[in-house]
Design a protein around this ligand. Structure first.
Ligand SMILES: Cc1ncc(COP(=O)(O)O)c(C=O)c1O
Length: 393
């Protein structure tokens, strides 16, 4: 594959593992063993069984007739919102909990923004009978209350991150700090294609089930096993990586990534990393991130807690820099509008993150026979309070 990670964990000039000495043993063990482990027959059998019987995969590929009529083209939705726990995040946590068990770890930690990864981690920790601590920014704890309640019910401890913007980046800092203090018994389930090698590659592989199913479903429904275009939102980039994975080498498929513009790219309140970012190291990987001249992180902003991150995964930095993916931005108001549009046309309430992907639709010139797949990364139950503030607008 053209866009595969190299031995040192780089995609082109992005990636790597810029880690503190105390984590060297953990990361080196993962780097040495992850491919053999996850490719083993036993692992694949257990992973696929859980994806099927526990998560409910394959997730449907749904032809959105009324949405298609509106945009005068053919739009399909990959329904990750129908997965157990309500988003794509569970695909990855199932894979990583199997790995953690195999490595003999007894304690699980995670970071979360929208709470979807936290819920997915608390869920698999309960399934595996392991202790679980989830770090979450104080601001996100407030705006994603339903997911905080779910994590608690699942037996996880939710620890607030109170520094910086009190969002995802700060939660990730706390999780890394915890891991440094408990390197022996603890496994860190990272929730996106970010962090030190091998996490970005590992998470992309676990999420690649999305594009694998898409190929089979498109072949069955349209007679062709690839679409003309795939649209996905990007926080760290795991749902996009999974939706693109098996199409990366197929240049006939246009790959569109949608970032959160927040209040507008030039407003000072944005999370449009690829436009506002420059090369630097965040959370142990070299990538594009929002930083000032002194290398200090610029606090990101988005109405969507899952897209409120100042970096992007190194795979995406690479894909963007060599033009393989096209990036669009959607501002808060555009995402809210798109969320209502899908709800009223198709009866599906999307997560605010996924609403950003849908907000790309009015910005694209479609041909009538083109096939576009929008990766509907999650459901909007957690975002109802935010949506309802805009009910009559
Ligand atoms: C439903 C949903 N979609 C997308 C994202 C963004 O993450 P990623 O870019 O890793 O898919 C999140 C993050 O929490 C999410 O909850």
């Amino acid at each position: 594959m053209k866009y595969e990670v190299d031995q040192l964990g780089f995609y082109g000039r992005y990636g790597g593992a810029f880690i503190p000495e105390l984590l060297h043993k953990n990361i080196a063990e993962l780097q040495a063993r992850y491919l053999d482990l996850i490719n083993s027959q036993d692992f694949q059998r257990r992973f696929n069984r859980l994806l099927c019987d526990y998560v409910g995969r394959p997730s449907p590929l749904y032809f959105a007739k009324r949405l298609s009529e509106k945009y005068q083209t053919k739009i399909y939705l990959k329904r990750e919102d129908l997965n157990h726990t309500g988003s794509h995040k569970i695909n990855n946590t199932i894979g990583q909990i199997l790995l953690a068990k195999h490595l003999g770890k007894t304690r699980i930690i995670a970071e979360t923004g929208a709470g979807q990864h936290g819920v997915a981690t608390a869920t698999v920790a309960a399934l595996a009978g392991l202790e679980c601590v989830v770090y979450m920014g104080e601001k996100d704890i407030e705006r994603q209350a339903p997911n905080v309640a779910r994590m608690k019910m699942l037996g996880a401890t939710v620890k607030p991150a109170t520094s910086g913007s009190k969002t995802l980046k700060d939660a990730t800092n706390e999780a890394i700090r915890d891991w440094i203090n408990h390197p022996d018994d603890t496994y860190y389930i990272i929730g996106s294609v970010v962090g030190p090698h091998p996490y970005p590659d590992m998470v992309a592989r676990f999420q690649s089930v999305i594009s694998e199913e898409m190929m089979q479903q498109l072949a069955a429904q349209t007679g062709r096993d690839y679409p003309d275009r795939i649209i996905a939102c990007i926080g760290g980039g795991s749902n996009a990586a999974g939706a693109y994975y098996h199409f990366l080498d197929n240049d006939k498929v246009e790959l569109v990534s949608v970032e959160a513009g927040g209040l507008g790219i030039d407003s000072g309140h944005s999370a449009a990393t690829s436009v506002l970012g420059t090369d630097g190291v965040i959370h142990a990987s070299l990538t594009k991130l929002m930083q000032d001249e002194d290398g200090q992180i610029i606090e990101p902003y988005s109405i969507s807690a899952g897209l409120d991150y100042p970096g992007i995964g190194p795979l995406h930095a690479h894909l963007i820099s060599n033009g393989r993916t096209k990036v669009l931005t959607a501002n808060d108001d555009e995402a809210i509008k798109a969320g209502y549009e899908l709800t009223r046309l198709e009866g599906i309430i999307p997560a605010l993150e996924s609403a950003h992907a849908l907000a790309a639709l009015p910005k694209i010139k479609f041909k009538p026979d083109e096939i576009t797949v929008v990766n509907l990364s999650g459901r909007g139950d957690k975002d109802l309070a935010t949506y309802l503030k805009y009910l009559n607008d």
